[in-house]
Design a protein around this ligand. Structure first.
Ligand code: AHR
Length: 479
């Protein structure tokens, strides 16, 4: 058993936790859309063909932002194929799928309203033109009286969507992208699309530009060229369990991401010092993926292929919990974060064609943090945590009179944990997630990797608990 002590002060604030850090991602990839969000033939489909079980699970997660429609998918996407009565089926080379376009922009927006989420609309800047972005904007945001806004109205959507968040391209620094380019090339394209959207069309919108957490040169070049029209720099991060990594090293990929985040923040600060323009950060894809891209040969070029359907254990639940704590710890910089992805594809929610669905292990820390981690993130003064076995965060919600602690114990040993805060009246809720078998995953009808209540004592202003080895906990305190 080792000891860790936290000391917290309501005046020692990092910043407000933005609700959009609990975002999701619906890419046209595998069974995320077809067979996940949308399955008109399913016994659990609603009047619009959306799966009702998925809607209710996404509502449980409470995801205020959702990125759409890609990902790598965006590079060869033509949004016009996905609206109106004459939908066009297309080859989708990013993932070797057939894209029927029966679920498109209007369906996504209808679904978004049902699950209370705001879109982060990705724009194909790699392979389309400013004219296409203009048409997309007109379709989405212009009230009427123009070709594309009237098309939207003819398609049954009278009022404009007023989309506020535009992501310019996806990971175009990567050789895997169809449209891979240099930072200077990307910067120029992003500048022109950003100028169109922000300067000419909607000064209130947020332009999200692709950054790279471990490449300061990329970020510097891109900001130099298009910083003027950038509100938010996007960072993607992946957590892969590779054979050479120990379990602890796998979990510490969160620390590796944190290092990249710190470097990126330095870059944003340098840019602000030079120009006076503040640019915040969107982690609009965080991916727990072992990079298994296997396909079932019989499914090649079909709709709703089984792709990236990774099972998660307690290990990934701990990564999810600690990553949210990382977002809290940089609440003053991070405006948005999206899990990649929402349903079936490296996702917290899984579905079967017979209408069943289940929660993966990562569902639970996501849901509990999303629902309880809203308020002001507090700075933690820590004692005895030199090897960072404990990785956590504290969020104070003065309106509700609640302080919530989120704690990951990355050691296999138990931890005698204490936290001090002036003015605690009682322990409102305390749950822990652990599992003796670190490889155990959930399955239909078996959601055993999940939280359970555990005992937390209150001694004056001090909270005391024994955190099991390899666990994630949430302790909610009434003030
Ligand atoms: O989330 C799966 C893929 O991972 C996305 O399409 C891409 O943006 C990322 O590399």
């Amino acid at each position: 058993m080792f000891d860790v002590k936290w000391s917290l002060d309501r005046n020692n604030v990092i910043g407000e936790v933005k609700k959009e850090i609990y975002g999701g991602f619906v890419e046209h990839l595998g069974r995320n859309v077809y067979g996940g969000v949308y399955e008109p033939d399913s016994p659990v489909a609603d009047e619009d063909g959306f799966r009702k079980d998925v809607i209710s699970l996404v509502r449980e997660l409470d995801m205020p932002a959702t990125r759409y429609p890609g990902g790598c998918y965006i590079d060869l996407e033509r949004w016009e194929d996905s609206v109106g009565p004459n939908r066009k089926a297309r080859l989708e080379p990013a993932w070797h799928q057939l894209e029927p376009n029966t679920f498109g922009l209007d369906e996504f927006m209808k679904w978004a309203r049902k699950v209370n989420t705001e879109p982060l609309m990705t724009v194909n800047v790699a392979n389309r033109t400013l004219m296409d972005t203009l048409s997309l904007y007109e379709y989405c945001n212009f009230p009427g009286g123009t070709y594309w806004s009237d098309q939207r109205r003819a398609n049954g959507v009278e009022k404009p969507y007023n989309i506020k968040n535009w992501c310019l391209g996806n990971e175009l620094y990567g050789p895997w992208e169809m449209g891979h380019m240099s930072a200077a090339e990307y910067g120029r394209l992003a500048r022109e699309h950003g100028k169109l959207l922000k300067k000419k069309l909607d000064p209130e919108c947020n332009i999200i530009v692709t950054g790279y957490p471990h490449d300061r040169e990329w970020n510097r070049t891109v900001l130099d060229i298009c910083g003027e029209y950038t509100d938010i720099l996007s960072l993607h991060c992946g957590f892969a369990k590779t054979p050479e990594r120990t379990e602890r090293q796998y979990l510490e990929r969160v620390d590796f991401f944190e290092k990249g985040l710190i470097e990126t923040i330095k870059e944003c600060k340098a840019y602000e010092a030079l120009t006076g323009r503040h640019i915040s950060i969107s982690v609009d894809e965080w991916i727990i993926w072992d990079f298994d891209r296997r396909r079932r040969p019989e499914e090649e070029w079909t709709v709703g292929m089984h792709l990236l359907e990774q099972d998660y254990s307690i290990q990934e639940a701990l990564i999810t919990g600690s990553l949210f704590s990382c977002f809290h710890r940089y609440a003053d910089w991070i405006d948005i974060a999206c899990i990649a992805q929402s349903v079936n594809v490296i996702a917290p929610i899984r579905t079967e064609p017979d209408g069943t669905s289940w929660k993966q292990s990562i569902f639970f820390p996501f849901q509990l943090t999303s629902r309880n981690g809203r308020g002001m993130s507090l700075k933690i003064e820590e004692l005895n945590n030199a090897d960072k076995s404990i990785y956590g965060s504290a969020v104070l919600n003065e309106d509700n009179g609640v302080l919530t602690l989120f704690i990951t114990n990355r050691s296999n040993e138990e931890c005698k944990f204490t936290a001090e805060f002036d003015g605690i009246s009682n322990v409102a809720e305390s749950v822990v997630m652990d599992c003796d078998d670190h490889e155990k995953t959930n399955a239909p009808g078996d959601e055993t990797v999940k939280p359970r209540p555990f005992t937390v004592a209150l001694n004056g202003n001090t909270v005391e608990a024994v955190l099991p080895g390899f666990s994630w906990s949430m302790i909610k305190l009434s003030l």
